[in-house]
Design a protein around this ligand. Structure first.
Ligand SMILES: C[S@@+](CC[C@H](N)C(=O)[O-])C[C@H]1O[C@@H](n2cnc3c(N)ncnc32)[C@H](O)[C@@H]1O
Length: 250
């Protein structure tokens, strides 16, 4: 799946061009606005990855198109397991990434908590910009049963806590004191920065922050604000080809 805002006619033309280019190579991976030729995709052959990916994404084409992002999240989660501290996701929606991580890392057997924060009703009109609201709110604010659906989805994991409410407010009500892995995915810059400000000092040394939307050109204000946040702490964010940004706290 690709995000372009173009018409069906344009999409057909794109598909023809991609098919033509692909004929030059042995293998093409094209999804989530990422096109690569002749890469091994060794992670996709790992049975544990396959099983967790299938359980999390099911037959949903849009979810399956995020395979490489989930691979990155799984790798980061695996490294973070070596540290003490909880896992946190700010921006959960249906729980694609967090459910994948729970399955991939057998999170139920771990002696730590996974905190899942979301309003479960979209972006906060008090802090989101008009552009952010018009781009995203229609997608995230329309499922009245979402919080209950997510609670049900994670009910098999005793160590997952679903935390409904506006960020960063809910973090001030209840949040972990030590964090090994923070996944930040709110699609709105002010709430992301305020959540980072609240949680950064609690990230363990060597702990990870994965910024889902960091490198996407249409989220440029997010990158500017997050880059400035980390520059103040003398840290450079690693921009990944998936559009994610990765930080390991020194
Ligand atoms: C891109 S989705 C998260 C996707 C999810 N990480 C996944 O793996 O599929 C963004 C989510 O952030 C939530 N959100 C945005 N702004 C928020 C805020 N200020 N407080 C709480 N939740 C918010 C939305 O409700 C939405 O579910």
């Amino acid at each position: 799946m690709f995000y372009s805002g173009r018409t069906e006619g344009d999409k057909n033309e794109f598909q023809r061009a991609l098919t033509s280019l692909s004929s030059w190579f042995n293998f093409t991976y094209a999804n989530d606005n990422l096109i690569v030729f002749d890469r091994s995709l060794s992670f996709a052959e790992d049975p544990r990855f396959q099983s967790a990916f299938d359980k999390a994404a099911g037959n949903n084409g849009q979810a399956r198109s995020l395979m490489w992002r989930l691979h990155i999240a799984g790798w980061v989660g695996k490294q973070a397991q070596r540290l003490s501290g909880d896992f946190v996701e700010c921006g959960v929606f249906h729980g694609l990434t967090s459910y994948f991580l729970c399955e991939y890392l057998q999170f139920g057997k771990q002696d730590r908590t996974f905190w899942l924060y979301d309003s479960f009703k979209g972006l906060d009109p008090e802090t989101a910009t008009d552009a952010e609201l018009s781009s995203w709110d229609g997608t995230y604010s329309t499922i009245p049963t979402l919080a209950d659906d997510v609670r049900k989805r994670f009910s098999q994991f005793d160590n997952v806590r679903v935390m409904p409410g506006w960020l960063p407010g809910t973090l001030h009500e209840a949040s972990p004191t030590e964090i090994a892995f923070l996944h930040l995915d709110l699609n709105t810059v002010q709430a992301e920065i305020q959540s980072l400000e609240c949680l950064y000092d609690r990230i363990a040394p060597g702990g990870y922050i994965l910024l889902d939307d960091y490198g996407w050109a249409f989220n440029a204000p997010q990158m500017q604000a997050e880059r400035a946040f980390f520059q103040q702490r003398k840290i450079t964010v690693l921009e990944l080809p998936t559009g994610q940004g990765l930080v390991m706290k020194p």
